[in-house]
Design a protein around this ligand. Structure first.
Ligand SMILES: C[S@@+](CC[C@H](N)C(=O)[O-])C[C@H]1O[C@@H](n2cnc3c(N)ncnc32)[C@H](O)[C@@H]1O
Length: 413
């Protein structure tokens, strides 16, 4: 008889393989579960996610329970990681863990897996509520931000973050009954289910956006007018800009992502002109009063929601991103009128993609200066360099934030 929940575990195994061996995003990898009933597909993603949140510590537990070292990419190791993650992260009962783990290694080292799992379950598992990050990431972040930030990141990765909503106007926000507001036009909810079930979704009263991701658009001066959102899709920041009354051009090179942006605008009843183009080839017919460049990046700041980014963002990916960011900055800067505002942002915790890009840009462009930001949310203090650097540990008691960098530059001449 097939144990209940085996299909979800099989799908989780394939998702982890796609993420860890083939470098796919969780969203893409999770497509393997699209034909399963929704509850099984959700369980497959939850198991894969809980596994990725604690991978180095799960591996240490496994290695401590067997003298026969299992290869990193072996199915047996992944099955054991998944079983331990289910126990620690999802509270799955032992009998269900064993019953769904063993069929996954049929034809493989089934006895070994059974033995390791039995040993670890008998000993009792640690709670792992501040699990280690991959060693190369910890090393990078320790060098860039210090030990406190690494420890805060460990605490942050253990849990799925709370849900942040952005509102188009104060009337929509005040009608929303739930949550805590940490900044104007923002509410934070302890909600982990489908967002489509929340009140006001169908009427487009709000959209999902981490509070940190809402900071860059808040830096665009209210008086700006014609604004180019140069890497716009799926449109969180475009909606903020349109809701603030700007005349927005939303550009992105990905047509499928722009289609999502158009859906978002239609749902929220907001307006922006959309352009499908590569910003490195495109030229506007006229100059803009403000430019928001939310550049493509390693996305390591989103590790709480997407723990797989920590396994994808190797040094070469960060270096390639930094190169693209510099080219996007250099090219788009000329589309601004003198006196106009350029807001640059990345959802990255790598200084190469944030501080260093802006330092390099400013050393090449004497016609730009930093405009220090106001206080946008309590606990998000501007850096003395004039930018906003959101790190793990900020607003931790309130549920934390994604890692982010954003800066407001003004074209002086
Ligand atoms: C960080 S995401 C933008 C998120 C968006 N600003 C939001 O708030 O929803 C970066 C976007 O840049 C786009 N992109 C990457 N390279 C580009 C290029 N050369 N020209 C235009 N868009 C590009 C990607 O397709 C992606 O949608």
């Amino acid at each position: 008889m097939t144990p209940e929940g085996l299909a979800a575990r099989r799908a989780a195994l394939r998702i982890l393989d796609a993420v860890l061996r083939r470098g796919q995003t969780m969203d893409n990898a999770a497509q393997v579960a699209r034909d399963l009933p929704p509850a099984d597909a959700a369980l497959a993603s939850a198991i894969a996610g809980e596994t990725l949140r604690r991978l180095p510590d799960l591996d240490a537990l496994i290695d401590g329970a067997t003298r026969q070292r299992l290869p990193d990419d072996s199915k047996a190791r992944t099955v054991l990681r998944m079983a331990l993650a289910q126990k620690i992260g999802l509270g799955t009962p032992d009998h269900a863990l064993v019953a769904t783990a063993l069929p996954l290694v049929d034809g493989g080292p089934r006895r070994l897996v059974h033995g390791v799992l039995g040993t670890l379950l008998r000993k009792g598992l640690p709670s792992l509520d501040a699990p280690r990050l991959p060693a190369d990431v910890e090393e990078r972040w320790r060098a860039a931000w210090g030990e406190e930030v690494v420890l805060a990141a460990r605490r942050a990765i253990a849990h799925r973050p709370l849900l942040d909503l952005s509102f188009a106007d104060h009337a929509a926000e005040s009608e929303f009954p739930e949550g805590v507001s940490l900044a104007p036009l923002h509410r934070r909810l302890d909600h982990h289910g489908a967002v489509t079930m929340l009140p006001g979704f169908g009427e487009g009263r709000w959209w999902v956006q981490d509070l940190a991701a809402s900071l860059p658009a808040r830096l665009v001066p209210a008086s700006a007018g014609r604004v180019l959102d140069a890497c716009a899709a799926p449109g969180g920041k475009t909606m903020q800009l349109a809701a603030a009354g700007h005349r927005v051009t939303a550009l992105d090179r990905s047509e499928s992502r722009l289609a999502r942006l158009r859906d978002n605008l239609a749902r929220t009843n907001l307006h922006a002109e959309t352009v499908t183009a590569d910003a490195l080839d495109w030229s506007p017919g006229e100059s803009f009063d403000a430019l928001l460049l939310d550049a493509p990046c390693s996305a390591t700041g989103t590790f709480r929601r997407h723990p797989e980014v920590l396994y994808r963002a190797r040094a070469s990916i960060i270096a390639d991103s930094a190169d693209l960011q510099s080219r996007l900055l250099e090219r788009s800067a000329d589309w601004l009128r003198p006196g106009g505002s350029l807001v640059y942002s990345v959802c990255s915790l790598e200084p190469e993609e944030g501080e260093q890009r802006i330092e390099a840009f400013l050393s090449a462009r004497a016609d730009f200066r930093i405009e220090p930001p106001p206080l946008l949310a309590d606990g998000v203090t501007p850096h003395s360099g004039g930018w906003l650097r959101v790190l793990p540990g900020m607003l931790e008691a309130e549920g934390g934030l994604d890692g982010f960098f954003t800066v407001h530059l003004v074209r002086t001449a």
